[in-house]
Design a protein around this ligand. Structure first.
Ligand code: FPP
Length: 227
């Protein structure tokens, strides 16, 4: 396909390195996550001006339950605070919230909060998709089961039943903190995505870093299996 500069429409980020950011400063891990939320907030504010239609963030994986209870509680409390404080801003900025993953399995008060936030932002033109209690293998298995139930196990049918079925194709997947793996994130959707692994720890990741990544993406030639 074309070699002309392309504007990424859908970017997903594995936000990694909160713990190391805190450790380097001899701060509690919770502080790293707190600063991680700050980084999220700044990024969401800049999405519109960067021409993105969708930003998808890996906030809590289905494997993150294995962390100590205290850390899981900290992350869930940050989620509660974030939704409460930033919902008015989402509405004002035309941001539609979307949740992917098995989020109905979260605490009932969070589920209720999210349902309310989803409803209040449903008219937004740009999407912030947050992966909560998310695992890509589980998502694919759920989608495949639904496809099988209608007797149509094809790639198109499975894709149509993924949690991301109403999102644009994934253009670029970024992971921060120097780790080079996908950790069960968007395995299906990443089939043709460009990937970028940066050393920056998540709390230090700024809208300028994202803009650099988008400029870099625009310069890459994507072939989608063709020549
Ligand atoms: C990875 O850092 C980060 C997470 C497991 C959670 C990401 C969550 C946030 C940025 C905050 C919540 C998000 C929202 C949208 C409110 P790590 O703890 O694995 O870092 P480490 O690998 O350095 O230990």
């Amino acid at each position: 396909m074309g070699s002309s500069p392309a504007q990424a429409k859908h970017v997903a980020i594995i936000m990694d390195g909160n713990g190391r950011w805190a450790k380097r400063r001899a701060l509690p891990r919770a502080m790293g996550h707190q600063r991680g939320v700050e980084a999220v907030r700044k990024l969401v504010r800049s999405v519109g001006s960067m021409g993105l239609d969708c930003l998808t963030l890996y906030a809590f994986s289905s494997e993150n339950w294995k962390r100590p209870d205290e850390e899981v509680d900290d992350l869930m409390n940050l989620m509660r605070k974030f939704i409460k404080s930033d919902l008015p801003e989402f509405i004002a900025n035309d941001v539609r919230l979307k949740i992917i993953g098995d989020w109905q399995g979260l605490a009932p008060d969070i589920v209720a909060m999210l349902e309310d936030a989803l409803e209040q932002t449903s008219g937004g033109s740009r999407t912030l998709a947050v992966a909560l209690n998310y695992g890509a293998q589980q998502e694919i298995a759920r989608a495949a089961a639904k496809a099988a139930a209608i007797g149509e196990v094809t790639d198109k049918s499975i894709a149509a039943h993924l949690d991301t079925n109403d999102l644009p194709p994934l253009d670029l997947l970024i992971r921060t903190s120097g780790e080079v793996r996908l950790s069960n994130f968007l395995l299906w959707q990443a089939a043709y995505a460009e990937m970028l692994f940066v050393d920056t720890l998540w709390p230090d990741f700024t809208p300028e870093h994202l803009q650099t990544a988008l400029d870099d993406f625009a310069d890459r030639e994507r072939r989608f299996g063709g020549r």
